[in-house]
Design a protein around this ligand. Structure first.
Ligand SMILES: [Zn+2]
Length: 319
């Protein structure tokens, strides 16, 4: 599932192929964009914000896309029609003289004035992969093992400080759910949430107040930056990029934990329509479990602070 590192890698690839070039053709296969035509516009840049992609043109327009569960953008040589024609689920085709970008199975596609981008991404919290995340400078030891003790994150500066404040504002919230709420910190999806909480030994259902959030965020950023800069576009927390061996717990429910041999489990986390899957090892991640503990439960469909407002805007707090 595309998370912040995958989206930023995609933005860089699209930027390299399209920026500074004129669109000779645009084909947006989306109900609300049937009449939109970007032909003749020059692509100025392609940027990422959390899990959102923003392609800006010299007509002060932004083509916004979100990959959701299994969307992707591919770049092919213009004239190579095979992938464009044969692939099901093509939602967007942007053609320049040299390169053509093809969007498959996109979860969202919008065209807005660049000045109005806030209506689509204004709800996002600090971007975990942004350059200003640590106002103090570059991350130390970017290639240290993921098991190494993460460096402390400055609490008052840059995106890190703001994300910490936002996450700590609801100290009773389950940490796994909070990390997925893009309004608090943008870029983390279920893969990095499950893996980073495993590496730090926290139950995804632990209250935020019981977790060293600075360490969790620092580790998430370090792991995602490694994935971003790696030659192969494979997310790994084990150091192994082979399929199935690149993770400790995510999508490994029913299999033995790589550390202790206990059976890895999965359960929904979060409430209402936005519940996601959290994978965890019951032995390596002590703490609260996903069981009814008798506390008052929010009604079905309730999705916590700001949820109703987010739905009215048509955005999910987890998007
Ligand atoms: Zn274990």
């Amino acid at each position: 599932m595309p998370e912040g590192d995958t989206v930023l890698r995609t933005a860089r690839r699209l930027h390299a192929a399209l920026a500074g070039r004129t669109l000779l053709r645009s084909d947006l296969r989306w109900p609300t964009l049937a009449t939109a035509d970007l032909r003749g516009q020059v692509v100025e840049e392609v940027a990422a914000r959390g899990k959102h992609l923003l392609l800006r043109t010299d007509a002060a327009l932004t083509l916004h896309s979100h990959l959701r569960m299994d969307g992707s953008w591919h770049v092919v040589r213009t004239g190579d029609r095979r992938r464009v024609r044969s692939a099901e689920g093509v939602r967007a085709v942007l053609t320049t003289e040299e390169w053509t970008a093809v969007g498959h199975r996109l979860g969202m596609l919008d065209l807005v004035a660049t000045a109005d981008e806030g209506s689509l991404v204004g709800h996002l919290g600090p971007d975990l992969l942004a350059d200003d995340w640590e106002a103090g400078g570059a991350d130390a030891q970017p290639h240290a093992g993921l098991d190494a003790q993460p460096d402390a994150v400055p609490r008052s500066q840059g995106g890190a400080g703001r994300a910490l404040s936002a996450l700590q504002a609801d100290p009773a919230r389950e940490v796994g759910d909070a990390l997925l709420d893009q309004r608090l910190v943008a870029g983390i999806g279920t893969f990095w949430m499950s893996e980073v909480l495993f590496l730090r030994g926290h139950s995804p259902w632990a209250p935020v107040a019981a977790v060293d959030l600075a360490a969790v965020l620092a580790l998430a950023r370090r792991a995602m930056r490694l994935a971003l800069e790696a030659r192969e576009p494979v997310q790994t927390t084990t150091g192994d990029t082979r399929p199935g061996r690149n993770r400790y717990v995510h999508a490994r429910s029913g299999l033995p934990c790589r550390r202790c041999g206990s059976t890895v489990r999965v359960a929904p986390i979060g409430v209402g329509p936005h519940a996601r899957s959290a994978f965890f090892c019951p032995s390596c991640q002590p703490g609260p479990r996903p069981t009814d503990d008798g506390r008052a439960q929010p009604p079905l469909g309730h999705d916590r602070r700001g949820g109703a407002a987010a739905r009215r805007r048509g955005t999910s707090p987890y998007a």
